[in-house]
Design a protein around this ligand. Structure first.
Ligand code: ADP
Ligand code: MG
Length: 672
């Protein structure tokens, strides 16, 4: 009996030896091969050169107007040249090291050249001469590792010719196929590999994208509805009066957006369903105090809470500000760099329950940490933690309520994909009195002017960050740069300005004492690597200078800028950069045009793609085979709508209409 699980070696023309190489693409069975779609098509339809962009590869059809001439230079190196006319345009064509093509160039005849267009020279560097009968469309598969496109095509063709396509079963209910006029699965698979024309390919693509996004959404939505079950989580019956008093005593009034978010969080906590909520708010919008109030509420109900943050500086900062806000609570700090004795005592206190709130770094998820009746876990800057770390944290209690915070604004596109199983609260408002950070982009040549101005600002009592350039991913080089920068600045300012260097390789105590001194105003100018990127809060610092700012991504620049403008003084961000690329210029431009983190995130996403911005693995962002969550947003939304409709019926799994999808549903890895 034939089955889609048959090994590839059953296919005629393929032996057990010859299919070994396909393992590198994780292709083991005939079914795997059929579902291995090309990621794009080379469009071999002739284009008008007037429509081509510089550097674009395309098929250009024209009449040969000058005979081929071959010019030799050096050993075995030569160039064949001729001209073709397309409409009114004469195109110069060159082929390198293929002199034998000369026979094919006949003046007056039509020719089809596949090549790369150079707009300024109106010339085409030829790669292939195609016969007019050549198929218009050529699939391009992800290959590499020594596997050729052609051998993959041959493999898939063999699978189809052997009749395996007939074994493929439909995995979408007919109701959905009809509603969205989708190709059936067999047709779609055939047309993904061997489309009759571009229209058919587009139809096939639409179907497989829908399928992929639909199953993705179905999993998210069903997870979400499981969380909503009334017995899925902990019930935290907090003391409303005590909490209201606490809010009254804050040195400031909460913004409307903070109040709204807090209410959403409290209502999740005080219900017995499971909270899985993302709190989004731009840098400086005041997330920490909201997290603190949620933990305070848990405390009044007799629960312990824990908050995990990505860096020690941040952990210490939160520890301090929460200790100030809640002097009546017992708050513990747990980090990797602590002395063994203190650490042991802290662990014991956490386990016995004398501690109400634990703040810490990754140390919080280590095996030896045992919590006591933990009801709420919070991660700050959640995208900095991997999926696994977040899960370990959650599993430290008995399904505690989970709050995740992020200052990297997540565009709507991603919010419903990567984080679609979560509820989202947004603080879309900054506290009153904040002045927008003024951002200037200057060239390196203007640095002396900037330094002179900085000197004056420091005299007025303002403090300054100078972030040193980023050199690839190498911390050692970053450090070298930072040291050099510190020396330069010292040479420039002399003794009048107190300058200190902060970097990631320092001991924690050292970092800590530098930050304390900076906060206390004992340091005027802090030269730093990007260790200060997240969370650091020194309201008196009003100037952020970023050297070689074009080396940083938009999200990172926005985070760095967020270190200033945290009090009510006017603050400035100075981007020092002579960008060499268009995208570098575009980023500098974008930074000076807006301080809205959402706008910048959306822009960043367009410029770099989701994987780059959020780090696919890191953020738990799903990887799709064919769909692209940015481009295919409309399909994604439709898939979400229909998936949530289906799941909202509590007995959907018993509904015969959906029996196909119940069978097919698998929970994707990134939700583990
Ligand atoms: P982030 O959202 O970046 O974590 P923080 O919680 O660190 O922001 O808050 C930034 C600063 O604003 C802190 O000094 C905090 O005390 C202050 N703050 C928070 N909420 C308010 C408010 N409603 N009014 C005035 N200041 C506030
Ligand atoms: Mg924060």
């Amino acid at each position: 009996m034939k089955s889609l699980d048959d090994a590839l070696s059953v296919l005629p023309g393929f032996g057990s030896k010859s299919v070994e190489k396909f393992l590198k693409l994780e292709l083991q069975t005939v079914g795997d091969a059929l579902l291995y779609y090309p990621f794009r098509y080379e469009d071999f339809q002739s284009k008008s050169v007037l429509d081509l962009m510089d550097g674009e590869k395309a098929l250009v059809l024209g009449e040969v107007v000058s005979p081929a001439a071959v010019q030799y230079y050096g050993y075995k190196r030569n160039r064949l040249r001729f001209s073709i006319r397309q409409g009114e345009v004469i195109v110069a064509v060159s082929f390198f090291n293929q002199p034998y093509l000369a026979d094919k160039i006949v003046v007056g005849s039509q020719i089809a050249v596949w090549g790369k267009w150079d707009r300024s020279k109106a010339s085409l560097t030829g790669m292939k001469i195609l016969s007019q009968s050549q198929d218009d469309l050529q699939p391009v598969y992800r290959v590499g590792q020594g596997i050729k496109q052609a051998s993959l095509v041959k493999l898939i063709k063999a699978a189809m010719e052997a009749g395996y396509l007939d074994l493929v079963e439909e995995n979408l209910p007919s109701e959905l196929l009809q509603r969205y006029r989708l190709l059936n699965r067999r047709e779609a698979i055939r047309a993904m590999h061997f489309p009759k024309d571009i229209e058919e390919y587009q139809q096939a693509l639409r179907r497989v994208k829908f399928e992929e996004l639909f199953y993705f959404q179905l999993n998210l939505q069903s997870l979400k509805s499981e969380n909503r079950r009334p017995d899925a989580g902990v019930l935290i019956t907090y003391d409303q009066v005590a909490l209201a008093n606490k809010i009254q005593q804050l040195p400031f009034a909460l913004t409307d957006a903070q109040q709204r978010s807090l209410l959403e969080i409290l209502s999740d906590m005080s219900s017995s369903s499971h909270m899985n909520r993302l709190l989004q708010g731009d840098v400086g919008s005041g997330k920490t105090v909201i997290a603190g109030l949620a933990m305070y509420a848990a405390y009044t109900a007799g629960f312990q809470s824990a908050m995990m943050v990505p860096t020690e500086i941040l952990a210490e900062q939160h520890y301090e500000s929460l200790s100030q806000l809640f002097p009546e609570l017992s708050i513990a700090l747990l980090t990797g760099g602590m002395k063994a004795v203190i650490r042991r005592d802290t662990l014991a206190a956490i386990e016995s329950g004398t501690v109400d709130i634990v703040i810490g770094t990754h140390a919080l998820i280590q095996e030896r940490v045992n919590y006591h009746h933990v009801g709420l876990v919070i991660t700050d800057e959640q995208h900095r933690f991997g999926v696994k770390q977040r899960r370990l944290f959650r599993e430290k209690g008995e399904n505690p309520d989970v709050l995740m915070m992020t200052a990297t604004p997540i565009p709507r596109t991603l919010a419903i994909t990567a984080f679609g199983e979560m509820d989202v609260s947004i603080i879309d408002q900054l506290p009153e009195g904040r002045k927008e950070v003024k951002t200037r982009w200057v060239k390196h040549e203007q640095l002396p002017v900037v330094l002179e101005w900085i000197g004056k600002e420091i005299k007025k009592g303002n403090q300054v960050y100078v972030v040193s350039p980023l050199i690839e991913e190498s911390e050692a080089l970053d450090l070298k740069n930072a040291i050099a920068l510190e020396e330069e600045l010292n040479a420039y300012f002399g003794k009048t300005v107190k300058i200190t260097l902060l970097h990631g390789q320092m001991k924690n105590q050292e970092k800590d004492s530098i930050m304390q001194d900076f906060k206390a105003g004992k340091i005027d100018l802090l030269v730093s690597t990007t260790v200060i990127e997240v969370g650091v809060n020194v309201p008196n610092a009003t100037i952020m200078v970023i050297i070689d700012a074009d080396r940083f991504g938009l999200s990172q620049l926005h985070q760095l800028r967020g270190r200033v403008g945290r009090g009510n003084k006017q603050s400035y961000a100075i981007l020092v950069a002579n960008p060499k690329t268009d995208s570098g210029k575009e980023r500098m431009q974008a930074m000076t045009e807006t301080t809205d983190g959402f706008v910048l995130a959306e822009k960043d996403l367009q410029m770099r793609g989701a994987g780059e911005v959020f780090g696919t693995r890191q953020s738990g962002l799903p990887e799709f085979q064919v769909a692209n969550i940015v481009e295919d947003f409309p399909i994604l939304e439709e898939a979400r709508r229909v998936a949530s409709q289906i799941v909202s019926d509590p007995s959907w799994k018993l509904n015969p209409n959906w029996s196909i999808i119940v069978k097919e549903m698998k929970r994707p890895n990134h939700l583990d």
